[in-house]
Design a protein around this ligand. Structure first.
Ligand code: SAM
Length: 471
């Protein structure tokens, strides 16, 4: 009994657009097969420790992403409970979903400002940040409030420090930030036909009408994305769906709307074998049976001319709640960080909000007062009288470079720490004060030395109460 029931309309629609070398039977057949598990190693947190090496010992490389691997054998536990996932060393990401950021960095090598218009839960945001080497600025936007929270958790876990989070319907960007970004990724909300191997319910609410409705939203978003690009900027449009309405037709709408100012870019040389998925226009249509992965669609464009900005938005920005830091406060926090052998990187600037100190990426400060940003950069610490308390996000982003004030746990202690417990028997623990907790040289979080034990300072929402942590 097949686990997925395909609507007849989907089958007919798909037959009409399948390339001649592929059959509908091979598509329907592979959609009933389980998906290979894939992960992307986070280059912001390397080198890999022993646990991660063990996990990837039998892995196969993903041809289009040097950091991506297929794990051989299906781990019996949830990968999200693996210690190297919790410390941000890998992201559980479908192989085909690694393509859009690869296409963006292939066409735009060193962008200063990038916009990720529909970003949650953050697989591509964290991949883009890694490809940017945490330099420049990356605006990650998400419409859904609850998904925005998950996006922050992933950015924090992966040690991303060059991002700002925004919370808008992404159709605002063209008007709010016209001609601004070197590159824009629109990984659009879509009908998800390509993700049926992961989600057998993907077709539950499927109808031709809903794909048409989604296509209307996608057309609005792609026009906004294009306005937000600088001249010569690169736009990458992607979906995890297979139909032409949400893919080629949306791209055609872009080409017609901005005729003379837009050029479709070929992705046929993105990786060896990409030509198998190449469409006549140069887009990549990843049918699941081509590379035994999820279905995906990726298109790229250059903005060859300037566009007239849409009328400005009529919305109140509100007062920007951060201000520059006083010299006195700066030298106090600089001194505190030097206790860990850490300092402010040149590409970031101190900001202050009440008693909290932040580092903002310089590349993003020109956007202040142009668009409301929910978070920018990294919260470093809060000050209580003369005492500083470092933040979890700061040590996740910077702690691996600390040369002092860090203690290393063994596997049993690390499991206790991740389960929110007090940890005893830690070698080299100072008499008192905050310490950076590491396992296999990677940071897990913060603790406080009290009476020869480590008081657990892991944020409550990250504590793994029930789940076993795998090593
Ligand atoms: N890029 C994400 C990743 O790689 O992890 C996946 C993005 S998912 C395909 C599309 C996202 O767009 C969803 O999180 C959805 O909530 C969001 N979304 C839907 N409508 C939107 C809109 N009008 N503006 C911005 N985001 C939107």
């Amino acid at each position: 009994m097949p686990k997925v029931e395909f609507p007849q309309e989907f089958i007919e629609n798909t037959k009409a657009i399948l390339p001649s070398h592929l059959s509908i039977e091979s598509l329907l057949d592979i959609c009933q097969q389980p998906l290979r598990k894939s992960i992307r190693l986070n280059s912001l947190k390397m080198p890999a420790g022993e646990s991660l090496q063990k996990l990837t010992a039998q892995a196969d490389p993903i041809p289009w992403c040097p950091e991506g691997v297929w794990l051989n054998g299906q781990p019996t536990y949830q990968l999200g409970n693996h210690v190297s996932h919790l410390n941000g060393q890998f992201y559980i990401q479908e192989a085909s979903s690694m393509l859009p950021p690869m296409a963006l960095s292939y066409l735009c090598e060193k962008p200063t400002l990038v916009l990720d218009m529909a970003a949650a839960p953050g697989s591509k945001t964290t991949q883009l940040a890694a490809l940017m080497g945490n330099q420049g600025g990356l605006v990650a936007n998400e419409l859904s409030g609850s998904r925005l929270k998950g996006l922050f958790t992933n950015i924090q876990r992966c040690g991303v420090r060059n991002a700002a989070l925004t919370h808008f319907d992404a159709s605002v960007f063209g008007a709010a930030l016209p001609n601004t970004f070197d590159a824009v990724l629109l990984d659009a909300p879509c009908s998800g036909e390509g993700s049926v191997r992961k989600d057998p319910d993907a077709f539950k609410n499927w109808s031709l009408e809903s794909t048409e409705q989604l296509a209307a939203v996608q057309k609005q978003l792609i026009v906004s994305a294009f306005h937000a690009l600088k001249p010569n900027g690169i736009l990458v449009y992607s979906t995890c769906t297979l139909n032409a309405q949400e893919n080629q037709d949306v791209c055609q709408h872009l080409l017609e709307t901005f005729a003379g100012k837009v050029e479709a870019r070929s992705l046929g040389n993105l990786f060896e074998g990409a030509s198998k998925a190449q469409t006549a226009e140069g887009y990549l249509h990843i049918w699941p049976q081509l590379f035994d992965c999820e279905g995906f669609f990726i298109a790229a464009f250059t903005k060859t001319g300037t566009t007239d900005a849409p009328p400005p938005l009529d919305y109140k920005l509100g007062k920007f709640p951060y201000g520059p830091m006083t010299r006195k406060a700066q030298s106090a926090i600089d001194e505190h960080l030097s206790n860990y052998g850490l300092s402010r990187p040149a590409e970031m600037t101190w900001y202050q909000r009440d008693n909290a100190y932040w580092l903002f990426p310089n590349a993003l400060t020109p956007l202040i007062n142009k668009i409301r940003m929910d978070r920018i950069g990294v919260k470093v610490a809060e000050q209580f009288k003369r005492d500083f308390r470092l933040s979890h996000e700061y040590v996740m982003a910077f702690g691996q470079h600390a040369t002092q004030g860090r203690v290393s746990l063994d596997a049993v202690q690390a499991r206790d720490y991740l389960q929110g417990k007090v940890v005893s028997g830690v070698d080299g623990l100072p008499a008192k004060g905050e310490v950076i907790i590491t396992f296999e040289a990677q940071v897990l979080g913060l603790g406080k030395a009290v009476n020869g034990k480590v008081k657990n300072l892991l944020p409550r929402d990250l504590v793994r109460d029930q789940a076993v942590t795998e090593f």
